[in-house]
Design a protein around this ligand. Structure first.
Ligand SMILES: [Zn+2]
Length: 498
């Protein structure tokens, strides 16, 4: 099915609207030294000391944070003011692990659970089912028409922006790299784009793997995307080659991943030791575990973003600590899939307690399943519960997993992840002026336990206010949804036949 005339006109008018937006942005950029003062807010900086200033001001100059202080300090001169009374000021949330997959949406689950089936992530993981599924979806993005890819990417990224995510790490999507990057630029968000490498699958009980994709082509795709998008002139986009997991990659693919990331000095990502059943599938074929394979190839480094890493031996745990691998997890998603990543081994909680850089993320799903506020909630509550210790992951630590540590994992620690002079002005304001907050002195604690994505009031990226009072300042939400709905219909019929 192809787009009809009306849909083509609609797509054209989007492009026209976008180019007008770009001109306006260029004009704004050309004005130097524009100062915006955010005043009267309750600030959590998420800096290395977790500094909190209850009645504070933050001065933004152009795209950067210029200075900050408390109500007692003399306020500086400014051009614009944002009154943050009744609001909490937090750094923009960093979601380093996400998969755009909204072409599978909207969700069609029976509302009474009558069609509920066990997911292959449950009960330690069905390695064969996951390997073949992820192999199949690895190149869906190449089958989209450009306007479909763009509309789906834009709506999905919008749900993240709306819930306070200012920087996102795509580690493999059912979409094209170009569409993801362009949609992020047009929305004003930061992204590291990726292409999902997955060249083998392991049948259950097998001692040989099956090749399911062209390894060299997937390596060339990484190189192409890095050439085009890494350190992009927009200042918003970078690249991050990634693989599904060790059970989806040959040694040749791991070496390709390592070498491309080294060549571009970029982060690289993998779901690493994410499932209890993975080790038993890998040993007969490779003579090593997942973490063992990475270590053998020199891939345990501080540029590795390792996701859901909960199943390590004590020796492998030590290697992760020594090599400063960035560990990322998605605790709000585990209950949806029936994974026991937080509680079964307690490993990620122990890393957090030892001060290792652990980040949290949403993971991906077919539609909106919660944003970074929910990911931070489960980080805070889940580890306290699993460790049987309410000091295991206090609120400021949970905030660091959703901001500072995610920025470190994406290789952007010097630029974003905390509210400090010199960093980019990526800031969210959270409504804390209602009955939930009346009797408390610790608004972050209440936000993480009783708040959520919808409490995000304002989102600022690089000094630009993109969301105000929960509404986009640059885009029509209803139009983005309409374009998405049309794109999903045409793409799904053509690609999946349903
Ligand atoms: Zn994932």
């Amino acid at each position: 099915m192809s787009l009809n005339r009306r849909e083509v006109l609609a797509a054209t008018s989007v492009m026209a609207a976008l180019s007008v937006g770009t001109t306006a942005n260029a004009e704004r950029r050309n004005r130097k030294g524009v100062r915006t003062l955010i005043k009267n807010g309750f600030l959590y900086t998420a800096d290395a000391n977790n500094t909190v200033i209850p009645d504070c001001w933050v001065l933004i100059e152009d795209d950067k944070i210029h200075s900050l202080g408390s109500a007692k300090d003399k306020k500086p001169k400014y051009d614009h003011v944002i009154n943050a009374r009744g609001k909490m000021i937090l750094p923009g949330f960093v979601n380093p692990h996400w998969h755009e997959s909204f072409v599978e949406g909207p969700d069609r689950a029976a509302p009474d659970d009558s069609d509920l089936e066990r997911m292959p992530f449950s009960l330690g993981g069905d390695i064969e089912a996951l390997g073949s599924y992820f192999g199949v979806i690895a190149d869906v993005g190449e089958k989209f028409r450009p306007e479909e890819a763009y509309a789906i990417a834009r709506w999905s990224l919008w749900t993240q922006l709306r819930s306070g995510t200012t920087a996102i790490g795509d580690i493999g999507s059912l979409n094209s790299t170009d569409a993801m990057a362009q949609a992020a630029i047009d929305l004003g968000m930061r992204i590291r784009v990726s292409r999902w490498g997955s060249d083998i699958m392991i049948p259950n009980g097998a001692d040989k793997y099956k090749i399911i994709a062209d390894t060299d082509k997937q390596t060339r795709d990484w190189d192409d995307l890095m050439k085009k998008w890494n350190n992009h002139a927009s200042g918003l986009v970078g690249g991050m080659p990634s693989i599904l997991a060790c059970f989806g990659s040959s040694d040749a693919q791991l070496i390709g991943l390592r070498d491309v990331a080294k060549q571009y000095n970029s982060p690289y990502a993998a779901h690493l030791a994410p499932l209890k059943n993975e080790a038993a599938a890998l040993w007969p074929i490779f003579g090593r575990s997942a973490i063992g394979r990475f270590d053998h190839l020199g891939m345990l480094t501080n540029r590795l973003l390792a996701v859901h890493t909960a199943y390590a031996t004590p020796e492998e745990y030590q290697r992760i600590v020594e090599t400063k691998v960035n560990i990322c997890h998605s605790p709000a998603n585990y209950g949806l899939l029936g994974e026991a990543t937080v509680s079964e081994t307690g490993m990620i909680g122990r890393l957090i307690m030892e001060g290792h850089p652990v980040s949290c993320s949403t993971d991906g799903n077919i539609s909106y399943t919660g944003g970074m506020p929910e990911a931070m909630r489960y980080t805070h509550l889940g580890h306290n519960e699993a460790q049987n210790d309410n000091t295991a992951c206090p609120p400021t630590t949970a905030l660091a997993t959703g901001t500072r540590n995610g920025a470190l994992a994406l290789g952007w620690a010097d630029k974003i992840g905390s509210i400090e002079p010199g960093k980019q002005a990526d800031i969210v304001l959270i409504d804390i002026d209602d009955w939930r907050y009346r009797l408390i002195t610790h608004p972050l604690s209440v936000f993480l336990t009783a708040g959520g994505s919808k409490d995000v009031d304002t989102v600022i990226i690089a000094g630009k206010t993109l969301i105000k009072n929960g509404k986009s300042t640059t885009m029509s939400e209803s139009k983005m949804l309409r374009d998405y709905t049309i794109a999903v219909e045409t793409a799904r019929t053509r690609i999946f036949g349903a």
